[in-house]
Structures are given as structure tokens and as C-alpha cells.
Design a protein around this ligand. Structure first.
Ligand code: NAP
Ligand code: GDD
Length: 359
């Protein structure tokens, strides 16, 4: 039976990857860090599987990384999905982000070399955020289109992206310098019902789910709602000390473009990369780009609301010191070499997340 180690198994991607590998008959070792509350909610459905083993560890602690790898040197595959993965948080906690998202990767790679794990394959979760401000331009007969692929230069715009670039280059160095089978997936934004609640897509679908439930419980119709700056409240109950109130959805930059796909599809790409004879780097994306505004429109329309402007507040608190304005990937290489294509569209994704948050 093949064994795989997942650093970051409690995260969105870690949980999807664990599903996939267990389905494929792997023995899965998941690394979880000790925190004061239970973080296993995304893998709750897997906890009684005998092929899943959880090990306690932290990728910032080189000792814990080497001890875990020493106990599982027979692992065929090692996936590094662990990160402080929130871009806005990385501006507030840059050093912590560096230690986890940048140096954590080095701790795993060096431990693999020190332990002589020549037969184990390594996956690094690289990010489209590394492209930052940069894109290439394809000039057609009548139009131009902007895109990023494996050859686009990185111009990172956040402490998170800089840490990811360091880890990405480190992965390439260990591949070339130590002959490690180390691949990096440059994944564009991917989402789903398991997405953390403070990423923009999930923040929106979670809010709409809570709002619709509140309307249903209180017998409120959108036509009954009165707006003020911060809340919506219900016609005939303007006394806010007693009236029915619901906080508006507060967001930052609505004009950012992202290439959003479904996390489950992207985890299949990670696994497929490690099945290749030679390690390499691959862009994984849908090739489509949409603004936060477009996501809002699909989500609100999907619950029968034509308009979202009176329910959303643009709050500068959610602006970032530096922004990534435009991401749209070109995954021709993954299509050709891995035979991978995304299965879910942007609309499928938004609707899947809304359905989940309504239930
Ligand atoms: P996520 O939901 O934030 O999960 C991050 C995981 O890392 C969690 O399991 C977390 O554990 C773990 N972790 C954090 N600090 C750790 C530490 N010091 N030691 C060990 N584990 C630690 O992220 P995701 O969306 O699944 O993304 C997975 C990876 O892909 C990340 O590296 C992310 O940066 C990268 N990525 C994501 C996207 C995307 O759109 N989702 C795109 C490109 C790249 P806790 O549960 O204890 O917090
Ligand atoms: N989080 C958040 N919250 N973002 C907001 C908000 C808000 O209230 N309002 C607007 N945005 C904008 C952000 O400024 C950004 O331009 C866009 O929505 C997407 O933000 P996030 O969902 O936080 O994702 P991200 O693109 O910054 O980073 C994600 O994707 C990267 C891959 O490109 C994360 O998953 C990273 O870990 C990943 O590497």
C-alpha cells in the first residue's frame, strides 16, 4: 500500500486531497498542529478510517518535521500544503508568514535530503499570487488578452507571495541540486464549500446563507427591508433597540480579477503531478477571469435577489497595502502533459457554495 504524508491536512485542500488519496487506497499520514481548539472539522468524516493516521507537528519546527519524516521514510509522496495562506493577514504578520509559508517548505525539503528519502516524491503548493502585478499579453488579430503561465515572471505583491516565491525556488533548487522528485503546482484561486470563511468567495456565500436563513426565520421578504449605512432592518420596526436587524456584508476591493476554480478538481492535479516520471512545475487554473462584483452578482441572483448594492458596504478596512489586480492562468502545459482539465465552471462553483451555505 502506498503511503502519503500531507502537511496541512486540516485545511481546505488537505481535506480534499485526503479524500482522494484514501479513495485511491493510500495510507495517509496527516500532520496537524496543536492548537487550543479542534481543527479537524474538514476531515471529521475521515477520522474513523483505519488508513488515516494523524501526527502532531508544526512545519516551523525543523525537529518535529524531521521526526515525522523519520517515522515515515517509506512514504511514496509528501505534500506540503501547510501555510499561513491569507494574503491580508500576511501584511499584519509578515514574519510568521515567512516562517510558515517560506521556511516551512525548506524544513521539509532539507529533512528529506538529510534522511536520504530519494524514493519519495514531493509536492509544493505554489501560488498564482507569486505573479503579483505581472502578466503576459497575447496579441490576436483584433484583441489582446492578459494571462500568466509557467514562463511569466514573478512580481510578488505581499509578504505571503514573497514567502511562496522563496519556497517555489527552494523546490526547484532541491530538484536540480539534490535530484529530488520535487514538483510545484502554481495553483490559481480555488474554492468550494470547505473554503475558509475569511476568503472573499466563502465570506460572500456564508453571508448570503445566513441572511436568507434570517429572512426565513423572521418571515421577512426583500421588499420589507429598509437600508441604513450598516444594517438592513425590517419595515415597521425602525426602533433599532427592538427591531429586526441584520448586518450588511462588508467587503474591500470589488474590482480585483481572479481565475477561480473548484478545490476538488485542483487536488486531482496535485496528485497527477506526482505520478509523472519527471518532476516539474505546472500552472493549474480555469483560464477564465471574473471580478469580485461578478461573483456577488451570481450569488445574489442564485437566491432570487436581483441587486446586491444596497446589502453590501465597501469598507476600506478590507483594502490591502498592495493588491493583485488581475489573475488569469493558461494551463496548456497541464492539459498537454498531465491530461488535466477543470471540471467545474465559475457558475457551478458559486452555486455549489451557495447551496452548501443555505443548508
Ligand atoms: P488553508 O485552508 O488555509 O489550510 C492551510 C493548512 O496549513 C491548514 O491545515 C493549517 O492548519 C496548516 N498550517 C498552518 N500553519 C501551520 C504550521 N505552522 N505547521 C503545520 N501546519 C500548518 O489553505 P488551502 O486553501 O487549503 O491551501 C493549501 C495550500 O495551497 C496552502 O499552502 C496555500 O497557500 C496554497 N494555495 C492555495 C490556493 C487557494 O486558492 N486555496 C491557491 C494557491 C496556493 P490549521 O488547520 O491548524 O490552521
Ligand atoms: N479576503 C477578502 N475579504 N478579500 C476581499 C474582500 C474581503 O472582504 N473584499 C474584496 N476582496 C478581494 C481581495 O482584495 C482580493 O483582491 C480578492 O478579493 C481575493 O481575495 P481572497 O479571497 O482573500 O484571495 P487571494 O486572491 O488574496 O488569495 C487566495 O488565492 C491565492 C492564489 O492566487 C488565497 O487562497 C492564497 O492562499 C492563494 O495563494
Amino acid at each position: 500500500m502506498k503511503k502519503a504524508i500531507i502537511f496541512g491536512i486540516t485545511g481546505q485542500d488537505g481535506s480534499h486531497l485526503a479524500d482522494l488519496l484514501l479513495e485511491k487506497g493510500y495510507e495517509v499520514v496527516g500532520v496537524t498542529r496543536r492548537v487550543s481548539i479542534d481543527t479537524t472539522s474538514r476531515i471529521k468524516h475521515l477520522l474513523d478510517q483505519e488508513n488515516l493516521k494523524l501526527e502532531s507537528g508544526d512545519i516551523t519546527d525543523a525537529h518535529s518535521v524531521i521526526n515525522i519524516l523519520k517515522d515515515h521514510q517509506d512514504a511514496a509522496e509528501v505534500y506540503n500544503l501547510a501555510a499561513q495562506s491569507h494574503v491580508a493577514v500576511s501584511f499584519k504578520q509578515p514574519a510568521l508568514t515567512w516562517d510558515i509559508t517560506g521556511k516551512g517548505c525548506l524544513n521539509i525539503l532539507q529533512a528529506m535530503v538529510d534522511l536520504g528519502m530519494k524514493n519519495s516524491r514531493f509536492y509544493q503548493a505554489s501560488s498564482s499570487e507569486m505573479f503579483g502585478k505581472n502578466y503576459d499579453v497575447e496579441v490576436g488579430m483584433t484583441s489582446e488578452s492578459k494571462f500568466q503561465d509557467e514562463n511569466t515572471k514573478f512580481m510578488p505583491q505581499s509578504p505571503y507571495a514573497i514567502a511562496k516565491c522563496a519556497a517555489h525556488y527552494m523546490t526547484r533548487l532541491y530538484r536540480e541540486g539534490y535530484d529530488l522528485h520535487a514538483s510545484a503546482g502554481i495553483l490559481f484561486n480555488h474554492e468550494g464549500p470547505r473554503r475558509g470563511e475569511n476568503f472573499v468567495t466563502r465570506k460572500i456565500t456564508k453571508w448570503i446563507g445566513d441572511f436568507i436563513k434570517w429572512c426565513n426565520v423572521n418571515g421577512v421578504k426583500p421588499a420589507d427591508l429598509i437600508n441604513d449605512t450598516d444594517e438592513v432592518y425590517v419595515n415597521g420596526r425602525k426602533d433599532r433597540s427592538q427591531g429586526l436587524q441584520f448586518p450588511k456584508l462588508r467587503l474591500g476591493n470589488l474590482d480585483a480579477y481572479r481565475d477561480w476554480g473548484y478545490a476538488g478538481d485542483y487536488c486531482e492535479a496535485m496528485w497527477t503531478m506526482l505520478q509523472q516520471e519527471s518532476p516539474d512545475d505546472y500552472v493549474i487554473c480555469t483560464g477564465e477571469t471574473h471580478t469580485v462584483r461578478e461573483f456577488l452578482t451570481i450569488v445574489f441572483n442564485s437566491v432570487g435577489l436581483d441587486e446586491w448594492k444596497h446589502l453590501v458596504v465597501v469598507d476600506p478596512e478590507f483594502y490591502r497595502p498592495a493588491e493583485v489586480d488581475y489573475l488569469r492562468g493558461d494551463c496548456s502545459k497541464a492539459k498537454q502533459k498531465l491530461g488535466w482539465t477543470p471540471k467545474h465552471t465559475f457558475e457551478d462553483l458559486a452555486k455549489m457554495m451557495v447551496m452548501s451555505d443555505l443548508s
